[in-house]
Design a protein around this ligand. Structure first.
Ligand SMILES: Nc1nc2c(ncn2[C@@H]2O[C@H](COP(=O)(O)O[C@H]3[C@@H](O)[C@H](n4cnc5c(=O)[nH]c(N)nc54)O[C@@H]3COP(=O)(O)O)[C@@H](O)[C@H]2O)c(=O)[nH]1
Length: 833
């Protein structure tokens, strides 16, 4: 039984195609039929297009497929015989007018090939590697592909030269001289199937190809092949193959170079993009200007400022964006960079063309040089520091100016003062300067009565008024509260003239501030005290300010509403007071304070008690008068501690005297300072001193002065009342020197008035003093208060006082203040007389 061989036949004349009866024909069809005849195979043809034939072979539905070019990839799925049945190569066939002399001519062309053919795989690789912009189209058959070119839907067709040579003129195409992809063609079977068919074919091909008279060559001749293909010398065929390989190598090289260039371009593009991203996101204006000062580059930020796109600024100059003054300044800076090759860092104030925007920039400008070192452009980086400058200005304002009045503050004043003093020290022939220290009198009262808002209003008006009347060179400062200082410079080189001028200005200031101010539509009048100091050799700014302050206090001490020059005595007084305060601290610790007692008498009874008077036994200076140290202790607050000690000691002494019949009736008059009286603990302190000592409260007399009672009257009266309720008595010291009114006196829980010694001193000679004493006596009588006269130094004074009705006395005539022992001794002697 003959073997049935199913053969795939696809249209590829003249190599293979189906005859009218469907049997395979063409070179490879006839060759197969000739072998089949010899082998008694019954050939059954299956017609298919190329791609479908390949699929049928893979599926095992056909046994054999002619005209298959060997490729390593196909050898994985198919088996081939050894001797090629044909050799072939590919060629391009073009539409008229289309030239393909080299592979690169395929660029921008539509090339059609048969689907899944060797040409498709080869050309796809070439196009990719050469990076050609070629459109590769696939047709089902070569006839369809040729028809596409003929119809204009493709420019070029690639086909094996057998088909091409036989058909190109029929389709009115042109044959390109470019040959490529030489191949060897075989009958192929599915891998592992029909090996016997291949072996048979191989045996015939081997024998017939070595004999030119064999059926193989007869078939070739019949189908019009000019030369027996297999007789092409092997070396020529290899050369063709080598050339093809070289072409591939060259194309690969070109492809590699192109890839490198593309890679580099990609890198450069990426770098440029990155750089642009950075430059555009930097918070600064970055630009490049060429040597003619035209912009070559600006970043996004600069473009936003200019109100255009970056490209639109290229070629333009600053005058397109800034006003004339700005341009002139920028040009000056730019030329410095371009001409001198320097790196420039400058603050630039730029104003826009229409003047609407003004900005300050910190600009850094650098020259750009070519490889030969020549400057061809400049690169600028300008950072907008407008806000920073404003903040700096605000910080400066806060640091050096008073927020309320806008005047210079202490810091600024000291700064200017230091500068003026230093200048004066360097140039002694320079005009003399001076400081005026101004303090408003009783400003606190205005604040307390009208409120702080009104107080602020007044301070602003004071500042304004002073400022209006001072020269521009002078500095008016507010130190805080109601304290103002004027720094006068450039007065006069002559000390006396300068002093005269400063005095006139100070007087003018006092007069100015005495003129009424308008507050809430009402006139408000105030006064000011002014201290004046002239610059002095070796005196620094702090000392000058302190001296002016002292002078101002002196002005206050002299009745306010006036001016005083600083003098050395003020300084000496201050130093002495400071020294005294320091010594007093030590005195308290070292028990240097002691009490003296001055007797108080009644005519019939003799000694009835004593005034306690404090003494300071200084180890070096001897006895220091309380008239010196009590005011100091008052101002430093030490009086609270000292006064408390006096009170405790006095109570202890009273308790001690109470134990003896001779002294049990004696009382002690203790001086109470203003601070003591106004301290919140005053009543408690007195009560505790009495309780802890066991002294009888009615033996304790507390001496207050009229001035102490003027302040916070209600509280003082309440305190006095509380102690009066305990039995403590109160005496009004220095009576007659103050301003006590009768109605006011009636409110106070007093038991005694003490006639000041200044009235007693001239009682015999001065009718006024005599009249005052008489009045005080009458007052005491009407208010039912005892009256004691102090400072009685002579018998004549004593007699006169007796005559005027006085019953109680104190003074040197009866006994000076003395230590406890001598007081007690002399008191007993007096009683026994
Ligand atoms: N707060 C306190 N003040 C006190 C205390 N001790 C004293 N003082 C006050 O110090 C001032 C000076 O006192 P002093 O130097 O002791 O002078 C007193 C007497 O010595 C003096 N005096 C008395 N008799 C005469 C006299 O005949 N002639 C004369 N020239 N001076 C005389 O008078 C002073 C007493 O004055 P006064 O207190 O007003 O009664 C003085 O103000 C004391 O008050 C203390 O502990 N605390």
């Amino acid at each position: 039984e003959s073997r049935v061989v199913v053969v795939g036949v696809y249209p590829n004349a003249p190599k293979v195609f189906a005859a009218e009866d469907g049997s395979p024909t063409g070179i490879l069809g006839e060759l197969l039929l000739t072998i089949a005849e010899q082998e008694q195979w019954r050939v059954k043809a299956v017609q298919c297009d190329w791609a479908y034939c390949m699929q049928l072979l893979q599926a095992g539905e056909i046994d054999l497929l002619p005209d298959v070019a060997y490729t390593p990839q196909r050898s994985l799925q198919m088996d081939f015989h050894q001797t090629p049945s044909l050799t072939s190569w590919s060629q391009f066939y073009t539409a008229p007018g289309v030239q393909v002399q080299a592979m690169t001519d395929l660029a921008d062309k539509r090339v059609v090939i048969m689907h899944d053919s060797v040409q498709q795989h080869y050309l796809q690789r070439v196009i990719n590697q050469a990076g050609l912009n070629t459109e590769l189209l696939a047709a089902k058959s070569l006839a369809e592909a040729f028809a596409m070119v003929a119809a204009g839907s493709a420019d070029v067709v690639a086909a094996n030269h057998y088909f091409g040579a036989a058909h190109f003129s029929q389709f009115h195409l042109r044959q390109s001289p470019l040959m490529f992809e030489p191949v060897q063609l075989f009958y192929a079977t599915k891998a592992g199937r029909n090996r016997d068919l291949l072996d048979s074919i191989e045996s015939y091909l081997g024998r017939w190809q070595s004999n030119v008279d064999s059926p193989y060559y007869q078939i070739l001749q019949r189908w019009g092949s000019a030369a027996p293909e297999t007789l092409i010398p092997k070396n020529v065929w290899w050369m063709l193959a080598m050339l093809s390989a070289l072409l591939m190598l060259a194309l690969s090289g070109a492809w590699w170079l192109k890839r490198q260039v593309a890679e580099k371009t990609r890198h450069l593009k990426a770098s440029e993009n990155r750089l642009n991203t950075i430059l555009n996101s930097v918070d600064a204006h970055i630009y490049i200007k060429n040597s003619r000062l035209r912009y070559e580059y600006i970043n996004r930020k600069a473009a936003d400022l200019f109100g255009c796109e970056p490209e639109q600024a290229v070629g333009r100059r600053d005058d397109a964006f800034f006003d004339a003054a700005t341009c002139a300044n920028l040009q000056q800076n730019d030329l410095k960079v371009l001409q001198q090759g320097v790196r420039l860092v400058e603050e630039e104030n730029n104003r826009s063309l229409d003047g609407s925007q003004k900005h300050t920039y910190l600009s850094v400008k650098l020259p750009l040089r070519d490889e030969a070192g020549n400057i061809y452009a400049l690169c600028g980086i300008s950072t907008d520091i407008t806000e920073h400058k404003q903040q700096q200005q605000e910080i400066h304002q806060l640091a050096f100016y008073d927020a309320l009045t806008g005047l210079a503050n202490r810091r600024m004043l000291l700064d200017r003062l230091q500068h003026a003093v230093a200048l004066r020290e360097r140039q002694t022939d320079l005009a003399q300067g001076a400081l005026l220290f101004i303090d408003l009198d009783h400003f606190k009262d205005l604040n307390d009565t009208l409120g702080h808002a009104m107080g602020d209003q007044l301070l602003k008006q004071v500042a304004q008024r002073l400022q209006n009347h001072l020269r521009k060179v002078d500095t008016l400062a507010r130190l805080g509260g109601d304290e103002f200082v004027v720094l006068l410079t450039d007065l006069h080189p002559d000390q006396d003239v300068a002093s005269q001028k400063a005095g006139l200005i100070a007087t003018k200031v006092v007069q100015l501030l005495a003129e009424p101010f308008m507050l809430q539509d009402r006139n408000y009048t105030l006064s000011a005290s002014v201290g004046v100091v002239l610059f002095a050799d070796g005196c620094n700014s702090y000392e000058l300010l302190q001296r002016a302050d002292l002078a101002m206090y002196d002005a206050k001490g002299h009745g306010r509403n006036g001016m005083r020059f600083f003098n050395q005595q003020m300084q000496a007084d201050i130093s002495a007071r400071a020294e005294l305060a320091a010594g007093l601290r030590q005195a308290i610790l070292n028990n240097e304070l002691l009490l003296h007692f001055q007797p108080q008498l009644e005519r019939e009874k003799g000694i009835v008690g004593a005034e306690v008077l404090l003494r300071w036994q200084h180890p070096e200076q001897g006895m220091i008068s309380p008239a010196r140290f009590i005011p100091v202790a008052e101002s430093t607050g030490q009086i609270l501690q000292i006064g408390h000690w006096v009170l405790e000691q006095s109570c202890l002494q009273l308790a001690e005297w109470a134990r003896f019949p001779d002294t049990t009736h004696w009382y002690l008059a203790v001086n109470i300072s203003a601070r003591q009286l106004h301290s919140t603990n005053f009543v408690a302190d007195v009560t505790r001193a009495l309780q802890q000592s066991g002294a009888a409260p009615d033996k304790l007399v507390l001496e207050l002065t009229e001035s102490q009672l003027l302040q916070d009257v209600d509280t003082v009266i309440a305190k006095m009342q509380q102690l009066t309720n305990l039995g403590v008595r109160f005496s009004l010291d220095d009576f007659g020197t103050g301003y006590s009114s009768l109605s006011y006196l009636k409110l106070l829980p007093l038991q005694q008035l003490k006639i000041d010694h200044s009235f007693v001193r001239d009682l015999l000679t001065d009718p006024n003093d005599k009249a005052i004493v008489k009045t005080i006596m009458a007052l005491g009588q009407s208010l039912e208060l005892a009256v004691i006269a102090e400072g009685v130094e002579s018998e004549a004074q004593y007699r006169k006082l007796l005559q005027l009705g006085c019953k109680q006395f104190q003074g040197y005539f009866f006994g000076k203040p003395q230590p406890l022992e001598s007081f007690v001794l002399s008191a007993k002697v007096q009683s026994s007389i």
